[in-house]
Design a protein around this ligand. Structure first.
Ligand code: CS2
Length: 494
């Protein structure tokens, strides 16, 4: 069977009809999410109004996707899956694929190129080298320190951006937009702060060269992104082979739903993304919080309870009545009161859609994928709503359950086996949390939870609420002795 490439992609599935040849966007983070989200929205926009908006995709370290894309002349398929059917499309918007760790110079050139007007980012929550302790750039990280010294090619995303900006200011100093598309609260202002902090930590001459231009000419709009995109498996490779009669090594599975809301603060123009379904607003925060809490926050609880209950996928987990009930409770009782719902969102319909999306059995999104990186994800989802309730004298039982289930998955108390799906969750804090679990005294688990919260895992303020610590400890105990269903029943009954 021939490989998917420019000559074989069937015209009927290709968007836009006239693929761009000039690069206007450099994208950092060439994972599945970018290829099923910004790339698809850009393809749809360019189908309507063309322009110099090709995307140069940059992977961080792993060369697998970039190499496959190059072999396939930058074509890949998006396999949209729902119980009612499968739709395959080929977004043809990429103009190149680089690997930052292998081609650092090309990446800096691309960031500095006069035609580059936007840098988009999907580097995941832990790609930002953010320190929960200082609420700013992690200056203790060896990689950040090496990047500041300029020892070899940059290793961090923020380092790469700043080195590219230096090259830009030295050559032509045209304005630029840096657009974070990651699930962070205030992702634009966070990124701005980290880029500025990195610049401020540079030697004086470099700082003075860059900072005035950075302040004047580089904007950092915030954005809310939403599309469930699982990992690729052979099921999706076979779907492309069946539909298009070609081999695609790197297709991207995705649900049909997709949403993108952005602030319209672009320093040097942008594609007409509104024609590709994006919304523009002056204030993204209400959309971000809605999505981060109702979707992502609830998703985390479904993933951890599901994994502890032996469920491999999110649809398998939500099919368990006790998990569906816990999801409803966390969503309605704990997250919803912490939000101002944007006026154009029909809340009941939005929530109904969420449950349908989680129940998409055809998609097979794994509990281990959603449960991975909880130490960086939960910080964006849990502390603020929890504090809001605690300060008003209410106990957010299901947020406590979320943290308890997370800890049972990645830092299981000795003698407790959380099962294979939890064991497969990757987390940068796994080791330090396991150390805390090992050194916890026998008996009540309060000391362990206290130590976890004091480590800054969920920000600084939850430690002011010992009742929350005690509730998490309680629920861990119930999970260990009676299982996740009993803990969920306890949280619901409280
Ligand atoms: C999920 C998200 O893995 C996770 O934490 O909650 O990846 C979620 O699927 C996306 O944000 C949906 O837009």
């Amino acid at each position: 069977m021939p490989r998917l490439d420019r000559s074989t992609a069937a015209a009927s599935v290709l968007t836009p009809r006239r693929p761009p040849t000039e690069t206007g966007i450099v994208h950092l983070g060439l994972g599945n999410f970018h290829r099923a989200h910004q790339a698809v929205h850009t393809a749809a926009a360019l189908d309507h109004t063309d322009g110099p908006w090709g995307i140069l995709g940059v992977a961080g370290r792993s060369a697998t996707v970039a190499e496959a894309l190059r072999e396939q002349q930058l074509r890949y398929a998006v396999v949209e899956i729902s119980p009612s059917g499968t739709r395959v499309s080929v977004p043809a918007v990429h103009t190149g694929a680089l690997v930052a760790a292998e081609q650092p110079d090309e990446v800096q050139d691309a960031l500095a190129a006069p035609g580059t007007a936007i840098v988009t980012l999907t580097v995941t929550e832990h790609g930002y080298t953010f320190s929960p302790r200082t609420h700013g750039l992690d200056l203790d990280s060896p990689a950040v320190r090496a990047d500041l010294r300029g020892d070899g090619p940059p290793r961090t995303t923020i380092g790469r951006i700043v080195r590219g900006l230096q090259r830009r200011v030295r050559t032509h100093a045209r304005p630029l937009t840096v657009l974070s598309c990651d699930n962070l609260v205030g992702n634009g202002s966070q990124t701005r702060r980290l880029v500025h902090e990195f610049t401020e930590a540079l030697p004086a001459a470099e700082r003075e060269e860059l900072l005035p231009w950075l302040t004047r000419s580089v904007t950092f709009p915030s954005s809310m992104v939403d599309r469930i995109v699982p990992a690729t498996t052979d099921v999706y490779r076979n779907a492309v082979a069946d539909r298009l009669g070609v081999r695609d090594a790197v297709p991207v599975p995705a649900e049909p739903f997709s949403m993108w809301v952005m602030e319209d603060r672009f320093a040097a123009g942008r594609p007409r993304w509104e024609h590709g379904g994006a919304l523009f607003t002056d204030d993204v925060e209400p959309y971000e919080l809605l999505k981060l809490r109702l979707l992502n926050g609830t998703h985390s609880l479904i993933a951890y309870l599901g994994a502890l209950d032996g469920r491999e996928t999110i649809p398998d987990a939500i099919a368990r009545p006790f998990i569906a009930e816990a999801a409803r409770s966390v969503l309605h009782d704990d997250y919803l009161p912490s939000l101002t719902v944007p006026t154009d969102i029909e809340l009941e319909e939005y929530i109904r859609q969420l449950f349908d999306r989680w129940a998409n059995t055809a998609l097979g999104h794994r509990t281990r994928q959603v449960g991975s990186d909880g130490s960086v994800k939960l910080r964006q989802r849990v502390p603020e709503p929890a504090l809001l309730h605690l300060r008003a004298g209410r106990m957010p039982h299901h947020l406590a359950l979320t943290v308890a289930a997370y800890l049972c998955c990645v830092a299981p108390p000795s003698g407790f086996s959380p099962g294979p799906h939890a064991a497969a969750m990757a987390d940068p804090a796994r080791e330090p949390l396991a150390d805390l679990a090992r050194s916890a005294p026998a008996g009540p688990r309060t000391a362990f939870v206290e130590a976890v919260l004091e480590s800054g895992l969920l920000g600084d303020h939850l430690t002011d609420h010992p009742a929350f610590t005690a509730r998490i400890a309680d629920l861990i105990d119930i999970i260990v002795r009676h299982g996740p269903a009993a803990a969920a029943a306890d949280a619901c009954g409280s």
